[in-house]
Design a protein around this ligand. Structure first.
Ligand code: FAD
Ligand code: NAD
Length: 153
């Protein structure tokens, strides 16, 4: 099957947008991801899918922890930045909760320990056990057919 057809059809599934954060030896790393889902209520599990070539994969394996930061509709530029789509290096002020980095101004931060991981083709599925959640008022950033928008509640 043609890669372009696959990506075009996957792009028809409208999603929110997250930035995954993790830290190793106090160095924080962030990466944009829309492959995120809720998995289980008891225990509370979520899932992310990370490309095997992404730097994020080795950092999560090293730290055993990650945070899913759900972006607000005002954070489109941060989505592009943490996808490596802006040709610049920024000083990002992360916040810290119990030793875990979170991205400020997100509408939710889901702090996880790695519960399990599975190699799936050219990606790795990380299942996270939710350890802490913080939530803020705000409207979500959306991603559909390669284009950003936002929902106004
Ligand atoms: P890098 O390229 O190493 O980092 C990304 C950018 O963030 C770089 O510019 C880097 O300088 C900057 N950065 C990181 N940490 C810091 C810090 N502490 N301070 C300052 N700058 C920092 N890929 C997936 O594997 N799974 C997905 O679900 C997924 N969903 C995506 C959804 C969208 C909407 C988009 C646009 C892209 C998505 N991608 C996804 C692609 C992914 O975001 C990029 O391929 C990413 O660049 C690869 O991650 P990396 O860890 O190698 O990041
Ligand atoms: P696109 O048309 O390549 O992506 C459309 C959809 O296809 C995405 O929302 C995702 O569901 C799927 N997709 C894209 N690349 C994938 C990959 N390597 N593995 C698995 N699924 C993939 O372009 P776009 O939406 O403008 O994305 C911009 C960039 O971000 C591209 O380089 C794309 O590869 C990357 N991206 C990667 C993933 C991922 O790895 N899961 C998800 C979204 C975007």
């Amino acid at each position: 099957m043609d890669d372009r057809l696959f990506r075009t059809v996957m792009g028809k599934f409208a999603t929110g947008v997250t930035v995954i954060t993790t830290s190793t030896n106090d160095k924080v790393h962030g990466m944009t991801a829309n492959a995120f889902m809720s998995v289980s209520l008891n225990p509370k599990l979520i899932l992310i899918s990370i490309g095997n070539h992404a730097n994020m994969k080795k950092y999560i394996e090293e730290s055993g922890k990650f945070t899913v930061n759900i972006l607000s509709k005002e954070q489109q530029e941060e989505s592009k930045y943490f996808a490596g789509q802006l040709n610049e290096k920024r000083e990002i002020q992360f916040q810290w909760i119990e030793g875990v980095p979170i991205l400020p101004r997100s509408i939710a931060n889901i702090v996880c320990d790695v519960y399990d991981s599975h190699l799936a083709g050219d990606h790795t599925l990380f299942i996270g056990e939710v350890k802490d959640i913080h939530t803020e008022d705000g409207d979500p950033l959306t991603f559909y057919r390669g284009t950003y928008d936002g929902i106004t509640s």
